[in-house]
Design a protein around this ligand. Structure first.
Ligand code: HEM
Length: 346
């Protein structure tokens, strides 16, 4: 890709971002008033109201296990970004694998989301945090849409279940909220935390030492390939097999992921977590993450880390995506609550 092409892809995506920002003005077509901005406290309250409150645990990704790893950047990575993560030296990484949702007893054998959260500890005290998920898209493109979706799913106190009419009405008006669940339902139950793809979902811009910019979305792909369970195998495995499985695979030196960037082209949407890049985009391997040990008590170094994807190193920046921006404060609210409640981990 030429430098000019890189710039045109980026400037087009930023133009799209400006267009979207204009849509977010208070009055929308038809004279309706757009929903008020949602506060991070209200969002975390709504996570609890919809999914249940489990004191001491993360309000999302509650059932998880902490591990340590090392990342080695490739020469292609170094060519795309000046971030020290891509120097080629071994970078220590804190890794947390989890099952989606706020329930610390969520079953491992369900067709549900898996998460790969990372903290690269870079030279000079710089930190790069990620929260990647096992779907190419998230279930909302703005905090307001996430709030509406969660409200529609909130159990009715009388029936203890969501009202199907409310769920349908919101999804009919916001069909993109179904895409994430559809992807997960289309895949088998992952055989291991080590055998599923994890997407960053948001657009990021990488700047190299010459100031050239490359925009795209990333994906961590298991070096050993994707492996799923049949329905019978999933039943047989039971609700708690992922911790033992990851311990065994890490001890055998089998857990590694390629950090791949899918490079955006002109016209690609980068500022919506509900829109994946089109299939067939050029993929560049930025480096490889190897998981080297699992914390003995599963908690390890992860307890005080909230994997905020806006904590990026020099040479990497997030695009202007309202969903990405909303993550920082929500994660801080969740971390404040769980630590004040005693900071539990499995
Ligand atoms: C405004 C939107 C969002 C809210 C309110 C939200 C909420 C949360 C909360 C409360 C946590 C736990 C933080 C902690 O206590 O440390 C969390 C973690 C996480 N979220 Fe989100 N989230 C949002 C958007 C997203 C998106 C778009 C993704 C897709 C990539 C995502 C993926 C993750 C992952 C992977 C974790 C880490 C789990 C772990 O710590 O192991 N979140 N989220």
């Amino acid at each position: 890709m030429t430098q000019a092409h890189r710039f045109s892809a980026l400037s087009l995506s930023l133009a799209a971002a400006g267009f979207l920002a204009s849509l977010a003005s208070p009055v929308v077509a038809g004279g309706h008033t757009a929903p008020a901005p949602v506060s991070p406290v209200a969002l975390v309250d709504q996570f609890e109201a919809t999914g249940g409150k489990f004191e001491g645990y993360r309000r999302s990704g509650a059932k998880g296990i902490c591990a340590m790893g090392e990342f080695v950047g490739s020469s292609e990575g170094k060519g795309i970004s000046s971030a020290s993560a891509f120097s080629g030296a071994k970078i220590p990484v804190i890794v947390r694998f989890s099952v989606g949702g706020g329930n610390p007893k969520a079953p491992d054998n369900a067709k549900s989301q898996r998460n790969l959260a990372l903290q690269f500890d870079l030279p000079g005290g710089e930190v790069w945090q990620h929260g990647n998920i096992s779907a190419p898209v998230f279930g909302a493109s703005t905090p307001e849409q996430l709030m509406g979706r969660l409200q529609s799913l909130q159990p009715d106190p009388a029936t203890k279940a969501a009202d199907p009419a409310k769920v349908k009405a919101f999804a009919d008006a916001n069909p993109e909220v179904l895409l994430q669940g559809r992807h997960i339902a289309s895949q088998p139950v992952p055989a291991s935390y080590a055998s599923v793809n994890y997407w960053g979902v948001h657009g990021f811009v990488f700047t190299n030492a010459q100031g050239q910019k490359t925009a795209g979305k990333w994906i961590f792909e298991p070096v050993g390939g994707v492996q799923g369970l049949t329905d019978d195998q999933a039943k047989e495995k039971g609700a708690n097999f992922l911790f033992d499985d990851i311990r065994q695979r890490v001890a055998a030196g089998q857990v590694a992921f390629n950090f791949n960037l899918e490079v955006a082209e002109a016209g690609d949407v980068l500022d919506k977590a509900t829109v994946p890049l089109p299939a067939g985009r050029k993929k560049v391997t930025l480096g490889t993450l190897k998981v080297t040990s699992v914390a003995a008590d599963a908690g390890g170094a992860c307890l005080n880390v909230n994997f905020d994807p806006n904590r990026v190193p020099k040479g990497v920046e997030g695009v202007n995506d309202p969903m990405l921006k909303a993550r920082t404060a929500s994660y801080a609210v969740s971390m404040g609550r769980r630590l004040a409640e005693g900071g539990k981990q499995q």
